[in-house]
Write a protein that binds this ligand. Structure first.
Ligand SMILES: [Zn+2]
Length: 230
């Protein structure tokens, strides 16, 4: 019903940019060209060693890591992620994932990647939100790159208390909540998988995912997040 109303309102009123609220031009979608060109790019993908890869150093080996945008309080990235996570706008994730991939695909970051793996949400949380925002970003990336999305992970229990715990507790916690869907995993032996999430903060969630994916023999792992908010 919500989607229907949204589609209906777009018929009645010209769409406006989700960044600056100015009317969109005919060929623009969701975010206007000015806002797109103003996005605070990290350019982390140009360096093999950067703050994202650094978050996993000595914890779990990754081939490459990047976060596409800087998350700034009150900035357009925060605004877009808020719509994606809390305002039932899954298309924002698909759009931004696709846009990021379109600007990065000429480079080496995704060159040897075989599939895109979204960080899973706890099923109860996903039911409440209606979708997994990391999956939406993964779909946008995968479509643009011509790669499959491989949902290989299961999140076993909610971790409501996670934010109240210290780093070590959090580490133990994430290790117990992600597991590999063994049946699906077999076909990715020796392949290069990029794990995708919306925001990288401590890296604890992604680390849990990477550790679970290491259950695939000879797998190579990389990390892509839309935003970086240490
Ligand atoms: Zn705009």
């Amino acid at each position: 019903m919500k989607n229907y109303l949204h589609a209906f309102s777009n018929l009645c009123y010209p769409s406006s940019c989700l960044g600056c609220q100015q009317p969109l031009a005919a060929q623009e979608e969701l975010v206007c060209l000015n806002c797109l060109l103003d996005l605070p790019l990290t350019h982390f993908h140009k360096r093999l060693s950067n703050p994202v890869t650094g978050a996993f150093t000595g914890r779990v080996p990754i081939l490459r890591g990047t976060a596409y945008l800087f998350f700034q309080q009150g900035g357009v990235v925060q605004q877009l992620l808020h719509l994606l996570k809390y305002k039932n706008r899954p298309e924002v994730g698909v759009f931004l994932g696709g846009y990021a991939a379109s600007t990065l695909k000429a480079g080496s970051f995704f060159r040897t990647v075989d599939a895109v793996v979204p960080v899973p949400l706890h099923p109860a949380k996903e039911a409440q939100r209606g979708y997994n925002q990391a999956l939406k970003i993964a779909q946008g990336l995968a479509d643009e790159l011509g790669l499959p999305v491989a949902p290989l992970l299961l999140r076993e229990s909610a971790s409501e208390s996670q934010t109240r715990k210290g780093r070590y507790d959090r580490y133990l916690n994430v290790n117990t909540i992600f597991s590999l869907l063994e049946n699906e995993a077999a076909e990715w032996e020796g392949k290069h998988l990029v794990v995708v999430d919306d925001v990288l903060t401590t890296g604890a969630t992604l680390e849990g995912c990477l550790l679970a994916l290491q259950g695939i023999p000879e797998v190579k792992l990389s990390v892509f997040t839309l935003a970086y908010a240490p």
